[in-house]
Design a protein around this ligand. Structure first.
Ligand code: ZN
Length: 141
């Protein structure tokens, strides 16, 4: 099970190759999730978690899983977290997060320019400065 943020900043849970979004938060960290595709496919699959534990799983998905796309979403979310958490260049973030990512996942990622924009935006939103360039002529980031 993995947790990350959607493009709009909502919480996403990746569980058994399917993505879920928050339906309801209960006390003591209990979260009710519904399939991210519930609208598109009228999918009724739901999940109840507490921390990293699944307490209940209800209804089958009425559509196929797209794990490569889910993992692509996860990688982009991690890049944005990196940008917000530390002063590092966009190129460094791309380099470290794309290392070892399988081709099937890469094929599901947004275009490079779009990813770069998202990283820059996450950095700006978090007001994290770029590292001082070693040489201002060469390093344009
Ligand atoms: Zn579903």
């Amino acid at each position: 099970m993995e947790f990350y943020k959607s493009e709009r900043g909502g919480d996403v849970c990746l569980y058994q190759a399917f993505e879920y979004i928050v339906k309801m938060r209960r006390e003591e960290g209990v979260i009710h999730w519904r399939c991210r595709e519930y609208r598109k496919f009228r999918c009724k699959a739901t999940l109840i978690t507490k921390g990293d534990e699944v307490m209940k799983q209800q209804n089958e998905h009425c559509h196929g899983a797209n794990l490569a796309r889910a993992r692509a979403n996860l990688v982009v979310s991690q890049m944005k977290e990196d940008a917000a958490a530390q002063s590092t260049t966009t190129r460094n973030i791309l380099g470290s997060r794309l290392e070892g990512v399988p081709a099937t996942v890469l094929a599901n990622m947004p275009k490079k320019g779009s990813i770069e924009r998202r990283i820059r935006k996450a950095r700006q939103t978090a007001q994290v400065p770029l590292p001082e360039p070693v040489s201002k002529q060469k390093n344009k980031n």
